[in-house]
Design a binder for this molecule. Structure first.
Ligand SMILES: Cc1ncc(COP(=O)(O)O)c(C=O)c1O
Length: 400
């Protein structure tokens, strides 16, 4: 008998965290490494949010709270969902957790039974399949390929739904592709979901505010109100407010599901950090104008990266609508050799060789379920991005 649980053998550690750690190790060993692996903005948390946290500490707001969040934060979340998404929720339909990750995990733990399928468009955020496995369900993938700008069609969704499908996980703008579904593209999917009343929708709106050009964000229950009773709308302050370390995520949905999620949280972590909750109240209720300022920076970086990577023979790079990632295809490089004769057999070899030769850390596509690709996070300085893309160009040019 092994000491570790059988469930644990079903999951793997997060490959994105592994890449970031590897890049940090090489840097610590004196190598000149540019990390394009991290999934967090390089901006600092806005000052008004930090001030709110300091004020909370000074006021002694440092004790336990209700397990799934203070009422003031739930009210701020309800106001945000109405303001930004035209969705009306009561505070007892809201759950606050330690990051978006815990919220999604709670929802899966609260609902999955052995044999239940969770439909996930691929490429996907690395944690979805493993969370499903940890919760005892079966991840099922539907490929959303580069020729469709990494978006799932209504036909693909229809074909992938089975009688065992419990959840459909939707993420727009997406990690890892940055693809964002327009209102009409999303409506095509929700029309399918309306016809399958046994399927619930878990929408991960984490990158809602990070979108560019004329893109208008939309979320499933807003586009198709008849799905309201089987939609869990998940979001958080991590990415838009540069608060990844504060660990606040939230969801709104049917009360019975929210109650079940609270039960899990109350017997595991209890409340998310009290001080962070007060900071999140300020994030959601305070001034929002810095979001547009940050987006100006992100769109400039996106354009820089897309242009420099698209100039490479063998790489094609669709222009994403949002988030801070691009997901170029390296189809044209597969089979080529490095100067030492290493064959680029797949995207993992590409990423390893790129790191070794050029000191640029990216995450390989297989980690996200669609190959041959790699993910670049452009949440870093223009200078670092220019240098990294110049090195990627030189590395690719060295392949024969
Ligand atoms: C799509 C997506 N959802 C959720 C999360 C989790 O966010 P948090 O840091 O709030 O747990 C991430 C973080 O990388 C993400 O990319």
């Amino acid at each position: 008998m092994t000491f570790l649980s059988a469930t644990l053998t079903r999951v793997k550690p997060s490959p994105t965290i592994a890449v970031t750690t590897k890049a940090q190790e090489l840097k610590a060993a004196g190598r000149d490494v540019i990390g394009l692996g991290a999934g967090e903005p390089d901006f600092d948390t806005p000052q008004n949010i930090k001030d709110a946290a300091v004020a909370a500490i000074a006021a002694g707001k440092t004790k336990y709270t209700a397990p799934d969040g203070i009422i003031e934060l739930k009210q701020a979340i309800c106001a945000k969902l109405l303001r930004d998404n035209e969705l009306s929720y009561e505070t007892n339909q809201v759950s606050v957790g330690t990051g978006g990750k815990q919220i999604l995990y709670n929802a899966l733990m609260a609902t999955l039974n052995p044999g239940d399928e969770v439909l996930i468009p691929a490429p996907y955020w690395v944690s979805y399949p493993d969370m499903v496995l940890l919760a005892g369900g079966e991840p099922v993938f539907a490929p959303a390929t580069a020729d469709a700008n990494y978006k799932l069609s209504a036909e693909q969704l229809e074909a992938a739904i089975t009688p065992k499908t419990k959840w459909f996980i939707f993420n727009s703008p997406s990690n890892p592709t940055g693809a964002g579904y327009t209102h009409d593209e999303l409506k095509a999917l929700t029309d399918v979901l309306v016809r399958h009343p046994h399927v619930w929708i878990m929408t991960d709106d984490m990158y809602e505010h990070l979108n560019y050009d004329d893109f208008e964000f939309a979320t499933p229950a807003q586009v198709e109100p008849s799905l309201y009773d089987r939609t869990l709308t998940c979001n958080g302050v991590s990415k838009a407010y540069a608060m990844t370390g504060w660990r606040i995520g939230y969801a709104a949905g049917p009360k019975a599901l929210i109650d079940a999620m609270r039960k899990i949280q109350s017997q595991s972590t209890s409340n998310p950090c009290t001080i962070s909750q007060w900071a999140a109240v300020e994030a959601l209720n305070g001034p929002q104008d810095f979001l547009a300022e940050n987006n100006k920076v992100f769109v400039r970086r996106r354009d820089l990266v897309v242009e420099m990577l698209s100039a490479i023979d063998g790489i094609s790079c669709p222009v994403p609508e949002g988030a801070f990632y691009v997901y170029p295809s390296i189809e044209g490089l597969i089979g080529k050799k490095t100067p030492e004769g290493v064959v680029i057999e797949n995207d993992e070899v590409f990423a390893t060789q790129l790191l070794e030769h050029s000191g640029v850390a990216v995450v390989f596509g297989a980690a996200f379920g669609l190959s041959p690709n790699f993910r670049v996070s452009y949440a870093t300085s223009d200078e670092a991005l220019k240098e990294a893309c110049t090195r990627i160009q030189a590395f690719c040019a060295s392949l024969t």
